[in-house]
Design a protein around this ligand. Structure first.
Ligand SMILES: O=C(O)CCC(=O)C(=O)O
Ligand SMILES: [Fe+2]
Length: 294
């Protein structure tokens, strides 16, 4: 190895991939100082060296969401990439490719009543063990629009007052899939299930890899705070949602065809822009299982 990845070292890092292998160049271009980085020099359709895998893990931990351009992947290659990070998750409600439940479909066109993920959320936080991350591959892009916003929940937590941090310490929130998913995919022919997941999670969680604390409530799934009066909990949640929407915590990604975004669902929220009607935007998401938040 001739260099290592350093947050402040600038975008170009060169290292020897593995003993006996030729030198490879991976580039890491940060979108903002605190969230988002585009990785270059990696072809995800090929088997990745151990070194490349390490750099991807490190870049994800450091930047919360990483992006790849010009990736042409088969469903099998997309899923193999996901499996490098853990077992694959099957979405409890969303449509998937026929016979391949791990390949979730993301699609909006002129006939769509809505797009996926239009409000701020973390994916499926209503599950007891929400996904660690999601890998979205967009294959068809509108000429303009359809960006995705990502927000850093470590930064949102760090920016709270010490009094608010003390108040939230040990607080538990209910996350409920029922009001989100019931009827949501009916217009595109997906039948409702008898019930949807629901779980209780700490309002502030500790990231299992970085050990850092982050804010873990989201407007999509968090329905209330437990152990405090309803009106008080609702007011606190409203404050936290407003607080986390500060653009200082965010990056905004502009897609091109065959771009990939891989976000860490434990410490980042995201929101998709539905601003491109009547154009089409579509792709697939592979999601990696996660652990119970603590
Ligand atoms: O389409 C997007 O950019 C994101 C949609 C979404 O929320 C997701 O795939 O989890
Ligand atoms: Fe999402």
């Amino acid at each position: 190895m001739t260099g290592s990845l350093n947050a402040n070292a600038g975008p170009r890092i060169r290292y020897k991939a593995e003993e006996g292998a030729p030198y490879e160049t991976i580039t890491v271009d940060k979108l903002t100082p605190i969230i988002g980085a585009e990785l270059g020099g990696i072809d995800l359709s090929k088997p990745l060296s151990n070194r490349q895998q390490d750099e991807i893990h490190r870049a994800l931990a450091e930047n919360l969401v990483i992006f790849f351009r010009d990736q042409v992947l088969t469903p099998e290659q997309h899923m193999s990439f996901g499996r490098l990070f853990g077992e694959l998750h099957v979405h409890p409600a969303a449509p998937h490719e026929p016979g391949v439940p791990e390949m979730m479909r993301i699609h909006s066109d002129r006939n769509s009543p809505r797009a996926n993920g239009e409000g701020w959320h973390t994916d499926v936080s209503c599950e007891v063990e929400p996904p660690m991350g999601s890998i979205l591959h967009i294959k068809t892009c509108p000429p303009r629009g359809g960006d995705t916003l990502f927000a850093n929940m470590y930064a949102a937590y760090d920016a709270l007052s010490d009094r608010m941090k003390a108040y939230l310490d040990g607080m538990i929130a209910l996350h409920d899939g029922e009001p989100v998913y019931r009827g949501l995919f009916k217009p595109i022919g997906v039948a409702d299930k008898a019930e949807y997941p629901r779980a209780e999670h700490p309002v502030v969680r500790t990231h299992p890899v970085t050990g850092r604390k982050c804010l873990y409530v989201n407007a999509g799934f968090t329905s209330r705070l437990l152990g405090v009066p309803r009106d008080e909990g609702d007011a606190i949640l409203r404050y936290l949602y407003q607080h986390m929407e500060n653009p200082l915590f965010q990056c905004r990604f502009r897609w091109r065809e065959n771009s990939i975004a891989f976000w860490d669902n434990r410490c980042a929220q995201h929101r998709a822009m539905w601003d491109y009607w009547p154009h089409t935007r579509s792709g697939h998401r592979v999601t990696v299982k996660g652990d119970r938040p603590f």
